[in-house]
Design a protein around this ligand. Structure first.
Ligand SMILES: [Zn+2]
Length: 136
């Protein structure tokens, strides 16, 4: 495992963070109700690997299904990260939007394996259909 520290932010810059990510672990795409609508592509990391550098008050929390918090920037609306605690997937985690990393090399991002999950059916260990994978 080779983690690298990346800087990330929302669009307007009111939300800034630092995250230690191993891109070789890949990024997840999922077809659950929120991931599909937001085209979520994220790396899941432990809380200690995530550091929010901006005022938490810059975000509004969206916490609807009781499992994952999805804060988003009050100014620009970009949802740069989420966090939650799901024992089935190893406990507490932060989910960092790979598209919100500011200093990542395009080639390195493109080389990150794509991991798909059928979250819509709570069937996390299987992939959605090939058709659906194309637009997640
Ligand atoms: Zn913003």
């Amino acid at each position: 495992m080779t983690t690298k520290t990346y800087a990330g932010s929302c669009h307007c810059g009111a939300v800034k963070f630092e995250a230690d990510i191993d891109l070789a672990e890949g990024g997840g795409r999922c077809n659950c109700s929120i991931c599909r609508k937001t085209r979520n592509w994220s790396a899941s990391i432990k809380p200690a690997a995530f550091r929010l550098l901006s005022d938490p008050a810059a975000t509004t929390d969206y916490f609807r299904n009781g499992a994952v918090h999805w804060p988003f920037c009050k100014t620009c609306g970009v949802r740069a990260y989420g966090h939650g605690d799901i024992p089935e997937v190893g406990g507490e985690f932060y989910s960092v939007q790979l598209a919100c990393l500011d200093d990542v090399d395009d080639e390195a991002l493109a080389a990150a394996p794509m991991r798909y999950a059928n979250g819509r059916d709570n069937d996390w260990w299987h992939e959605p259909s090939e058709a659906e994978k194309k637009f997640l």
